[in-house]
Design a protein around this ligand. Structure first.
Ligand code: SF4
Length: 294
């Protein structure tokens, strides 16, 4: 059998969205390798390198299973049988209690195409208003904070490559050296300050590069943040031009502040920026060991 097609895509696991190519081997198995992209610059972490392994694990669910009742054993059935059963139950529930009786729960791990299709299925096919996803609890507070601070609800209101322009980067409670290693390539030039109770891999990287590791005792991070704000304020380092006239979501009901505040450069978050030539610290070759299971 000859090798199959190769597809350029993104790693599905985390917000860095590293670019990768999926190659189909002669046996039909997919393998992942890095592709050039501004965030990962030709690197992947071990989760990306091993992302296709889940497709062939022996206990992967590839056929529908049903059981007669809750006590019965699961047995394999055909797709038509399973889909007819699901459709009949959904129709019966909607007929009994209305369309909102069925809720749909998506995932941040879905591709754009799957998210779009799931949203259409929920709103048009089911007619339900009950749709949510697994990022609600972990991200909605961050999105609300981002909106109030920067006028954007996304994780970073600027391209990751902009970090190379910073002189100092303060990371609070983040450990990209272990959670998204390709990001470390963007942090090697700025002075890095890491706030983390643990001496994490990122904290060690900061210290190795002449940066700072602040290790507050657990539960004192707010005191540290307020202390830093106080120091900035009493030293006169606040950007008063930025702060004084800024309409914010909290002071202007229904208003949406401009991204980055009123004095932010007139540049969209997606605007291209000059890239850094620094190599990523992540692996450019496959990992030697299996990825963590969590
Ligand atoms: S850092 Fe790792 S998990 Fe995140 S997108 Fe890149 S390869 Fe995937």
């Amino acid at each position: 059998m000859t090798p199959g097609p190769s597809t350029t895509t993104h790693c599905p696991y985390c917000a860095l969205q590293c670019a990768m190519r999926l190659d189909t081997g002669p046996d039909g198995r997919l393998t992942a390798r890095p592709a050039p992209f501004p965030t990962n610059r030709g690197g992947l972490c071990r989760k990306g390198w091993t992302s296709t392994d889940v497709l062939t694990v022996p206990d992967r669910l590839t056929r529908p299973l049903m059981r007669e009742d809750r006590e019965a054993e699961l047995t394999e059935v055909g797709w038509d049988t399973a889909l007819d059963f699901v459709a009949a139950r959904l129709n019966a529930l909607r007929a009994e209690s209305g369309p909102d009786t069925v809720a749909v729960f998506g995932s941040g791990g879905l591709t754009n195409e799957k998210s779009y299709t799931l949203g259409k299925f929920a709103r048009l096919a089911l007619g339900t208003a009950q749709i949510d996803y697994n990022g609600r609890f972990c991200m909605s507070s961050a999105a609300a904070g981002g909106n109030r601070a920067f006028g954007l609800d996304r994780g970073m209101p600027f391209p990751l490559t902009d970090v190379a322009d910073a002189q100092v980067v303060l990371l609070a409670g983040a450990n990209p050296a272990e959670t998204m290693p390709p990001m470390m390539g963007h942090l090697s030039a700025p002075t890095l300050i890491v706030i983390d109770p643990r001496r994490s891999g990122t904290a060690r990287a900061a210290l190795d590069d002449g940066g700072v590791h602040l290790a507050p005792r657990p539960g004192t991070d707010l005191a540290l943040a307020l202390g830093l704000l106080h120091a900035v304020h009493v030293q006169g380092w606040t950007d008063t031009d930025y702060l004084a006239p800024a309409p914010t979501a909290s002071t202007t009901p229904g208003g949406t502040p401009p991204p980055g505040g009123p004095n932010a450069p007139n540049r969209s978050p997606e605007s291209p920026r000059p890239d850094s030539a620094r190599p990523p610290t992540c692996s450019a070759g496959p990992p030697a060991t299996a990825p963590p299971t969590s």
